[in-house]
Design a protein. Structure first.
Length: 368
């Protein structure tokens, strides 16, 4: 008798489960995906819908990084800077209550594409609710990695190298010099450890400093890569703009994915339309790069296209709100628009954030 009761209970349980978990169909999976990405925008508005599309945790993997479990509840509004999204589902294969999905999503801020990625996901259905179970994705800008890597044997030193470059490109000059000095001290034979020093000298038009440092580097250049050698030689103050451009073009041929080289090469292009087209291509590779959005913002502003200039300065500020240069540049933009009060606020924000900007940005604010 007990066996019969047990059989009835098991049968009823399976029946209830089958009613509760109706099989998926392609259209509801596509709708779930498209609504999910459409709601991943506008800051705080996106947080709750995003979390509700997941179970307690999700298995994720990005590009070449190892897979891991991730807690969606760790997300906050700062992860949803974008204001619109477009998604496309390539294929949906149904396996009972699970679906294997391939697709693409593009994220935008004020009409400018700032992210673009392909994905494969497992979507599950439980109690008539769909949720992401596994998610693997790769950004279009992470496919290639032909950078100007540092020629040093120390892993710790190489980390400082990338930080130095970041400081250089975001105009944190003093920090770039400090990091450069520490790298030179850690590896006295490393030529590109001097890049932060060279950058400070060229920004401040210190010809003597450039020549003295280039002289010191001569004895170390043998251990550098071709891209490093060419980049260092581009700091020679006696070069004409065209000679510098030719050298940086060759450096890019050896490290064609290197964002810093893209930035400096574009800077040497004198024709504004040609310069803008080059930076637009670079932004396809690095859509949320602060330095690239900043420099194309100035290029558009110099061309009189204030609308596009503002969009790129806004991307710089939205994704790099910890960079004082983002506020200083937005100040320049607002000042040109004639919005003196807003420009002044931006300049003073930059001045408070970093010693490099304290004098310069304060002077701009006082001049309004």
């Amino acid at each position: 008798m007990k066996k019969i009761h047990l059989l009835v209970i098991v049968t009823l349980t399976l029946f209830v489960a089958s009613c509760t978990n109706k099989s998926l169909n392609q259209e509801e999976v596509k709708d779930f995906v498209n609504v999910h990405f459409a709601e991943r925008v506008n800051g705080a508005e996106a947080v709750e819908p995003f979390i509700n599309d997941f179970n307690d945790s999700i298995y994720v993997m990005f590009a070449n990084y190892p897979p891991r479990y991730w807690d969606p509840k760790s997300i906050d509004s700062t992860s949803f800077v974008e204001d619109s999204a477009v998604s496309e589902v390539y294929s949906v294969d149904i396996y009972g209550n699970n679906a294997s999905v391939f697709g693409k999503a593009s994220m935008y801020l004020d009409g400018v594409e700032i992210d673009d990625f392909q994905f494969h996901a497992i979507i599950s259905k439980m109690k008539d609710k769909l949720y992401w179970k596994r998610f693997y994705w790769v950004n279009s800008n992470s496919i290639a990695d032909n950078y100007m890597y540092p020629s040093t044997s120390s892993g710790e030193d190489s980390e400082g190298y990338w930080k130095m470059r970041d400081a250089m490109l975001n105009m944190r000059i003093n920090e770039g010099v400090r990091l450069s000095d520490s790298l030179v001290a850690a590896d006295p034979n490393w030529a590109s450890a001097h890049l932060g020093q060279l950058h400070a000298y060229i920004v401040n038009d210190n010809v003597d400093g450039l020549n003295e440092t280039l002289k010191i580097i001569e004895g170390k250049i043998g251990g550098a890569s071709t891209a490093e050698k060419l980049t260092i030689s581009a700091y020679n103050p006696s070069l004409t703009p065209q000679e510098r451009q030719n050298i940086l073009s060759k450096a890019l041929a050896y490290a064609n994915d290197d964002m810093m080289l893209m930035f400096w090469y574009g800077f040497t292009i004198s024709d504004s339309d040609t310069q803008i087209e080059f930076y637009k291509k670079a932004l396809k590779r690095y859509p949320i790069s602060g330095p690239l959005n900043n420099i194309i913002g100035y290029a558009y502003m110099n061309n009189g296209n204030m609308d596009l200039a503002g969009k790129h300065f806004a991307i710089y500020l939205a994704f790099h709100s910890d960079e004082p240069n983002a506020y200083d540049s937005m100040g320049d933009y607002l000042a040109k628009l004639g919005d003196k009060d807003s420009a002044k606020n931006m300049y003073l924000m930059a001045a408070k954030m970093d010693s490099d900007f304290a004098k310069m940005s304060t002077a701009k604010a006082e001049a309004l």
